[in-house]
Design a binder for this molecule. Structure first.
Ligand code: CTP
Length: 403
């Protein structure tokens, strides 16, 4: 449930700060990204180096980096996150959160965050019961923040009572419960076909014609559809990726013709087909049965065109079906994408150009534009492929609703 989710973890200065090391490990293990923001006092309880190593990101403490003046934007961080967790949340930090005392990065980020906020308080028994703490917690609840109640037990002071921060496992359970309950299910009852990865066109038993596609974009799209309730057939060329979702049925293929044969019987029963595979346009006319030996002259391999799967499905589609294609262009990108949209009779085409840094094959990010049948072009910022998948599926949902 937490795979691909992004968390701001605000750590304030309480002894329970040591537990955040384990919390980060649990979140990262579930495939989440964690950006830690610490208060100055929190650094006395656990070192930034420990948390930076576990979260694989530099820790943020100050409003700016005094070495080079780099601004740590609380607004960007607040918008980036799917949820903010304040753990441990001391009486002091909760008081500032409740009253908008914006004197550190944790609080300014909290005040800028549009995402849900989870607060795991920690403090001594009497502080926890003090009317000011009780009132601040009520105020925070009234803002829509989620309290992860502390446990009872022996406290650092030696007193026994309520005030021990919830265990990292309990915090992760609360996050899972929240995201499960708030999961979008706008594709419930829909069937989707996604192609992904490269194809390998056999030359002889040890060689093939292939391309650099990793399959990451297609897999992220399949996963996003499945998360939102669709039943997905993922027809995948050779990749090193794995899928782990009960709604995804993965069909492994190697060549363009195998991909076509896998897609054809599935297509009539789907609502949406997303053709994100980098399918070879040509395949050797003859596939040698034994290894081709080096000879003292040049070698020519005769190629024939493969079937254009997107075009075939685009021409067969019924009125209630959508076919979405991809275009990877190196020049005159938008015009080339528009031509593909028309000739393949697609409803929408996702364009990425190798001119953009961070877009294309074998990277974790992508920068896309989406062109529709009315020739509208919508440009998106450079994002992780998981986030790009959300944008693409959102656009498909809008198109389906307008049908
Ligand atoms: N595609 C396909 N079957 C093929 C070739 C391409 O389904 N044999 C699909 C891709 O999955 C993608 C779209 O068609 O959704 C565009 O692929 P691309 O290779 O960019 O387009 P081509 O039509 O092959 O044009 P060109 O290579 O000349 O740019």
């Amino acid at each position: 449930m937490l795979k691909g989710k992004k968390f701001i973890l605000g750590v304030s200065g309480g002894i329970a700060a040591y537990k955040t090391a384990h919390l980060i490990r649990l979140l990262v293990k579930q495939g989440a990204e964690v950006q830690v923001i610490m208060t100055k006092l929190a650094k006395e309880f656990i070192t930034p180096l420990t948390l930076a190593t576990l979260s694989k990101r530099p820790i943020l403490v100050d409003f700016f980096n005094p070495e080079n003046g780099d601004w740590n934007s609380h607004v960007d961080n607040g918008l980036w996150a799917d949820a903010m967790i304040v753990a441990p949340a001391t009486a002091n930090t909760m008081g500032k959160m409740a009253n908008g005392v914006a004197d550190n990065l944790l609080i300014t980020t909290y005040l800028s965050a549009r995402c849900p906020v989870f607060i795991a308080p920690t403090m001594d028994l009497d502080m926890y019961q003090h009317p000011s703490t009780v009132r601040n917690m009520e105020t925070l609840r009234s803002y829509g923040n989620y309290m992860i109640e502390p446990n009872s037990g022996e406290l650092a002071s030696g007193l026994v009572g309520k005030g021990r921060m919830a265990e990292p496992e309990e915090i992760v359970d609360s996050l899972n419960a929240y995201f499960t309950a708030n999961q979008k299910s706008d594709f419930e009852g829909k069937s989707v076909l996604v192609t992904a990865g490269p194809t390998h066109e056999k030359i002889d038993p040890v060689r093939f014609i292939g391309n650099y596609s990793s399959g990451k974009m297609g897999y992220a799209i399949a996963h996003e559809f499945a998360q939102r309730g669709a039943i997905v057939t993922l027809v995948s060329g050779p990749t090193s990726l794995s899928v782990d979702h009960p709604n995804i049925n993965r069909v492994n293929v190697v060549s363009a013709s195998e991909m076509y044969n896998a897609c054809s019987p599935v297509f009539p029963n789907v609502d949406v087909a997303v053709m994100s595979a980098a399918v070879a346009d040509y395949t050797p006319v003859t596939k040698a049965q034994i290894k081709i030996k080096r000879v003292n002259k040049d070698l020519n391999i005769e190629l024939e065109s493969t079937v254009d799967i997107a075009k075939d499905l685009g021409h067969k589609k019924k009125d209630n079906q959508l076919v979405v294609g991809f275009a990877l262009e190196t020049n005159d990108a938008v015009n080339n994408a528009k031509k593909k949209l028309e000739s393949k009779q697609l409803d929408m085409i996702v364009l990425n150009t190798l001119e953009d840094d961070g877009a294309g094959f074998n990277v974790d990010t992508n920068k896309i534009s989406i062109v529709d049948k009315q020739n509208n072009t919508k440009d998106f910022a450079l994002k992780s492929k998981v986030e790009v998948a959300v944008d693409i599926v959102n656009e498909i949902q809008t198109l389906l609703n307008s049908k």
